[in-house]
Design a protein around this ligand. Structure first.
Ligand SMILES: *[C@@H]1O[C@H](CO)[C@@H](O)[C@H](O)[C@H]1NC(C)=O
Ligand SMILES: *[C@@H]1O[C@H](CO)[C@@H](O)[C@H](O)[C@H]1NC(C)=O
Ligand SMILES: *[C@@H]1O[C@H](CO)[C@@H](O)[C@H](O)[C@H]1NC(C)=O
Ligand SMILES: *[C@@H]1O[C@H](CO)[C@@H](O)[C@H](O)[C@H]1NC(C)=O
Length: 651
């Protein structure tokens, strides 16, 4: 097994950026403590909800019968970067602030070493009026923001960004095989040539790491949000789309649209004429959240009330199944279909839900359900500090000196899905409708080239010891009258926590990303992989699925190795980026304006209902201020690392 540990000491000892193989882990300074109760931001919320009552009779044994050669109804092939991230453009000053931070690179490396790549979308509400400042901003910053110029009550800031963002993205791609979606400004319909420049430079700088350019963002809200005329219609949208495509420097299918979220029906839009643009489209995309936390006051959703909704396989099926027809329409037109933006709930998610182990279980189920329903990517949205659902969050600005990052519970879903799909690039997922489609559990099989390679089982019930179940996995064999292809032994990894309510004490194969403000983006602890002997007489493999947990079963040794082995490092390509020094560097300003106006309301309250960020609204006005010179320095370090990694991998 090859393993290269590259020490990446940003901003320190640039003359000798690579130390020996030992990794120095930053530990919180003993000299500074801060009262966390000062922070009322969502990402510091400590709500622990009550565990929902356990349904009766959830112990026992259930058969998971697989078939050699494949199964009827499998989803189309997807790659291990299937479940990725979506980042608002104006939050993406973290392209310089976060993205080239070792913590961010570590999170990406954790996924890349299991799934082979990482998928990230940069876009959202702010993309629509963003200006590419090719010659740089007057301030010298990567991103400048100006008070919105339109009548929109959400006051989305106008973002002026420089080419530095694309260069940062390209550098990241070289380090951790990130592939990108990027949003094109749509509101001006390229009347100023700006959208054309964005397209030109995105293509030129990102090259083959650019998956697609998102054309328009939630056009069904352009009217309600007064970004366009109040009665902005589907016909208006088609006319604008036509105008844009004629002006943009594209001759190939490289766009993603129509990115509808809330008011219009995607299938109707496709059938009404959007598919006329198919020669320019690579992806048909949608945006959807299963719930929202937009309402305030008496209408506010009570998190405890919705908690059980995230512990139910039927709910996951019901959210995704309506899109199966959208995928079919897309595939018939020769296009891929994807979820450009989603998470547990829009308007920031729910405290105690979006940041709990329930979200980990739900995220695994939701991701695999989308793969089964023929999505080709699904991207979990990020906000700033004031959301509950982030896969990971840096510490608040004035704590970056003595705190590390917080890993969100939902990030464990990214890990498990990456590993369940592996690096083969063509995994086909099927929902086994385990136990007569019991809503309290879920089972999926993953096939590659007709071979059953992995299976995933979820136990949603939080009643340790009393609601554990055993799944008996068979491939062909006795129950079917077909030749027995059940392996003689399998390897199993578990995603575990004491209950569905916890936020941090979550382990994947015995390893954890750690407590709040304690993560450097890596898994710590000894990896634990169970080897389970199958019964050669009954031709069944008995897999315990404890309450609550996810079990990932590797049906072949090749699949285990292909998914990164015990701890995601079997290929030797895992980078570790040490955080020794960067925690001493303070100037990231988390953008709450972008967050507050970001996406996803379901249309019932389109106007001004998104300002949840009162606590730090002054930060929003500050915007993001980044010294361009520092960003340049980071890239040069990043590129140097690449050279070393290349050498290590070839050894
Ligand atoms: C950090 O900033 C927040 C928001 O301005 C403030 O309430 C808090 O007191 C600051 N904390 C420290 C430790 O400086
Ligand atoms: C996914 O696509 C395949 C091939 O087009 C099809 O056979 C299958 O039924 C689709 N799945 C769903 C859930 O629609
Ligand atoms: C989580 O784990 C830490 C470290 O092992 C431990 O100190 C803490 O008590 C645990 N918290 C809970 C809620 O179990
Ligand atoms: C939108 O959300 C509101 C508030 O949660 C809910 O009452 C309404 O039914 C939802 N509408 C749609 C179309 O989902």
């Amino acid at each position: 097994m090859l393993k290269s540990s590259v020490i990446f000491t940003l901003l320190s000892s640039l003359a000798t950026p690579f130390a020996s193989a030992a990794v120095t882990v930053y530990t919180a300074s003993s000299t500074t403590t801060a009262d966390l109760s000062l922070y009322t931001v969502a990402s510091n919320d400590q709500t622990i909800l009550q565990v929902p009552a356990a349904p009766a009779n959830q112990a026992g044994t259930v058969l998971a019968q697989l078939y050699d050669g494949g199964m009827t109804g499998m989803g189309n092939p997807v790659n291990g970067g299937f479940l990725g991230f979506s980042v608002e453009l104006s939050v993406a000053a973290m392209l310089s602030e976060w993205f080239l931070r070792p913590e961010f690179l570590n999170y990406c490396a954790v996924l890349e070493s299991r799934g082979g790549s990482v998928t990230v979308r940069v876009g959202g509400n702010t993309q629509d009026k963003a200006i590419l400042a090719v010659d740089g901003n007057p301030s010298g910053k990567t991103i400048d923001k100006y008070k919105g110029t339109d009548a929109s009550p959400t006051e989305t800031p106008d973002v002026h960004f420089t080419l530095d963002i694309f260069y940062a993205m390209a550098s990241i791609s070289k380090l951790v095989k990130a592939n990108w979606f990027f949003g094109i400004p749509f509101i001006a319909v390229d009347s100023d040539g700006n959208a054309g420049l964005v397209v030109q430079y995105a293509k030129q700088i990102l090259g083959s790491n650019l998956l697609a350019l998102q054309l328009a963002n939630e056009p069904d809200l352009y009217g309600p949000h007064l970004k366009k005329q109040a009665d902005y219609s589907e016909a208006d949208f088609f006319a604008d789309t036509q105008t844009m495509i004629a002006k943009l420097p594209i001759t190939e299918p490289i766009l993603a649209g129509p990115s509808i979220c809330c008011m219009w029906d995607t299938n109707t839009v496709l059938n009404d004429g959007y598919l006329n643009f198919k020669d320019s489209l690579a992806f048909i995309d949608v945006m959807h959240y299963p719930n929202n936390n937009c309402a305030t006051g008496a209408d506010a959703v009570v998190p405890q009330d919705v908690f059980p909704n995230y512990l139910n396989h039927h709910n996951v099926q019901n959210v995704v199944t309506p899109y199966a027809s959208t995928a079919q329409i897309s595939i018939a037109a020769g296009k891929q279909m994807m979820m450009m933006e989603t998470n547990t709930a829009s308007c920031g998610g729910f405290p105690g839900v979006s940041d709990s182990f329930a979200a980990s279980l739900w995220g695994v189920d939701y991701g695999l359900q989308m793969a089964y329903n023929n999505f080709t990517y699904a991207l979990l949205h990020f906000g700033g500090q004031n959301v509950y659902y982030n896969p990971f969050t840096p510490p608040p600005t004035n704590m970056t000196k003595y705190r590390q990052w917080t890993t969100g519970a939902v990030f464990y879903a990214n890990i498990v899905v990456a590993e369940a799909l592996g690096k083969g690039g063509a995994s086909q997922v099927i929902d086994l409708q385990l136990d007569n489609n019991n809503e309290n559990r879920a089972g999926y099989a993953i096939y590659e080239k007709g071979e059953a390679t992995r299976a995933v089982f979820i136990n949603y019930v939080s009643n340790p010891g009393a609601s554990d179940y055993t799944v008996q996995v068979a491939i062909g064999g006795q129950q079917t009258g077909l030749p027995n292809k059940t392996p003689t032994s399998v390897k199993v990894k578990y995603l575990r926590a004491d209950s569905v309510s916890v936020k941090y004490n979550i382990t994947w194969a015995g390893q954890t990303m750690g407590q709040q403000y304690a993560s450097d983006g890596r898994l710590y602890g000894d990896a634990e992989v169970q080897t389970i002997q199958c019964d050669t007489t009954t031709q069944l493999c008995d897999i315990p699925v404890p309450s609550p947990s996810v079990a990932l079963v590797f049906l072949t040794d090749e699949a285990f190795t292909n998914s990164g082995g015990a701890a995601g490092d079997a290929t030797g390509s895992t980078l570790t980026f040490a955080t020794t020094v960067t925690t001493g560097k303070v100037h990231a300003t988390i953008d709450l304006a972008a967050l507050a106006t970001s996406n996803g309301r379901n249309g019932s309250m389109p106007l001004g209902a998104t300002s949840k960020g009162g606590a730090l609204s002054s930060w929003a006005e500050q915007g993001v201020r980044m010294a361009g010179g520092v960003a340049q320095l980071w890239w040069s370090v990043a590129i140097t690392v690449l050279g070393v990694v290349g050498g290590a991998v070839m050894m």
